[in-house]
Design a protein around this ligand. Sequence first.
Ligand SMILES: [Zn+2]
Length: 206
Amino acid sequence: MFPTGLFAQTRVPINYWTNGFDERYGENSVIARAMNLLHDRFRSLEVLKKAYEYSRGSYHIKGGYWEECRMNRQSHFGYADLLWHQITTLARSVPFPDVEINAYHREDDSWGRADVGRVKVYWAGYGIDWSGKFKVELNRYHLGSAGAGSNPEMWASTIAHEMLHNLGHDHPPCDNGMGLQINAFSRAVHTYGRQNWAMLTFRGCR
Ligand SMILES: [Zn+2]
């Protein structure tokens, strides 16, 4: 159904930087550990397969994004294939788009937020190319706090979630349901194929 070859054996580093975090609370350290996990997990074929297994093809793509990426010129792709197309392309891309991670502070149950559709993997006539850079925001109110807030897997999952927002995926407000690709991918990044109940009890918004 999908092309599965050409996955990079040696992945280029994901270049990222942070703004506004406080190392007195270990915030940059947690982010560094999360990005270390994402180095493999964002570009893992196993994670991608799990995401499709969990979501069973259910998706929510921002209106107009499909056309902006000229996916309509690729008649063999359906909407449900977009995530597969994006991740397999970025997995073998040299370089990988930059990731900017900015802090915000709100005493609520939001863990992260990001613009929807700012990074495009698009059909360029000669092949597939991408444009833009990832830009995500993380809530310092949770980052570095005891328990899940200090768990790098939780933050790798959250950053991956926000990166998928940048890639045009969306969901109803505060919807953690596993039915949608964006949430299924976040969960697959968190568990990396292992049984892990923390993700199932995640109550935050992102
Ligand atoms: Zn979200």
